[in-house]
Design a protein around this ligand. Structure first.
Ligand code: BJW
Length: 272
């Protein structure tokens, strides 16, 4: 069933007691962080994000892939949470039984005030070495991969900026981004907590995800099978449409604040 915003959606959110919010790259798009479906720009225009974000790409050319992740860290450090992230933090403040699950490797939920989002695909800010018993590594927070090569002024035309990854100070192996690439297992504790929250919620909001990358794409389906209503916020149709009670076709920064305002219009006091 499909509706424009927001009567049914507002009613579902207004009545919910246990909410799960599952986010994907689309929630951060309006903060200037590109999704995996957007064309890369500037220095990276000749690469495909979906091909760079792989273990095979890192092993074939670590400097290229590390350089891309350094560039992304810089973009994220410079980005700010948008009204979509803030609306999700407002839902958490209002409904204590809310769990935020994100596929994103940025920290924009945390900076919007979400206390403990579950990161299914790791973090840009937690690199580790490639050893089987991986050691966490530190990165230079002050480093700015873009400093002398701003967007639109490529240092080397048509080429990404290559940066050699550091070596682990404990075992000497290469340091890699602390993210989950295709073919790699999701962090077990995070995935278990996400599945449990989805199975126990009465409302799941799926925001800005293409719904094609598994096992994260299973989470709204688990919620629906367990009897929860699923609301999707996405400007485009996705394979999740059919499990949703309401599909809100719009952007996260536009739709989520209206949804929150409509849900509590009649009852502005937070629940105890
Ligand atoms: C807006 C918007 C706005 C735009 N507002 N919305 C079952 C079936 C088939 C395959 C598999 C399966 N189970 C496992 C697999 C294999 C594989 C997989 O899913 N493949 C599919 C592609 C077919 N999965 C895995 O390999 C996973 N591991 C695993 O399953 O381990 C077990 C295993 C091991 C060994 C062998 C087999 C199994 C790991 C998946 C890891 C995904 N990693 C990445 C990179 C992370 C690091 C990094 O960031 O660099 O995670 S890939 C990329 O996709 C990233 C994202 O988190 C993830 C999901 O993408 P997301 O967030 O949905 O973004 P987009 O860009 O795809 O879509 C954006 C959406 O936003 C769009 O819909 C827009 O319309 C919308 N949008 N602007 C709201 N303003």
């Amino acid at each position: 069933m499909e509706e424009a915003l927001p009567h049914r959606a507002a009613e579902l959110l207004g009545d919910a007691r246990r909410v799960v919010v599952l986010t994907g790259a689309g929630i951060s798009a309006e903060s200037g962080v590109p999704t995996f479906r957007d064309d890369l720009t500037g220095l990276w225009a000749r690469f495909d994000a979906r091909e760079l974000a792989t273990a095979a790409a890192f092993h074939a050319d670590p400097d290229l892939v590390w350089g891309w992740y350094e560039w992304r860290r810089t973009r994220v450090r410079r980005a700010e949470p948008n009204p979509g992230h803030l609306a999700i933090a407002a839902i958490e403040a209002r409904i204590p039984g809310t769990t935020v699950i994100t596929q994103n490797v940025d920290d924009l939920h945390e900076r919007a005030g979400s206390p403990a989002p579950i990161h299914l695909h790791g973090s840009l800010f937690a690199p580790r070495c490639v050893a089987a018993a991986a050691h966490p590594a530190t990165i230079d927070d002050a480093a700015d991969a873009d400093a002398d090569a701003p967007d639109g002024e490529p240092a080397q035309p048509h080429d990404g900026r290559r940066i050699a990854p550091p070596r682990c100070t404990s075992c000497g192996t290469l340091v890699r981004p602390g993210v989950v690439w295709f073919g790699e297992m999701l962090p077990e504790a995070a995935f278990t907590a996400a599945v449990e929250a989805a199975a126990a919620c009465d409302l799941l909001l799926a925001v800005g995800t293409s719904g094609v990358v598994y096992p994260a794409a299973e989470i709204p389906r688990i919620a629906a099978r367990s009897g929860a209503a699923v609301i999707q916020v996405n400007p485009e149709p996705t394979p999740l449409d059919r499990v949703c009670a309401v599909n809100l076709r719009g952007t996260a920064a536009h739709v989520l604040p209206s949804l929150v305002a409509a849900a509590w219009a009649a009852d502005p006091a937070p629940r105890s």
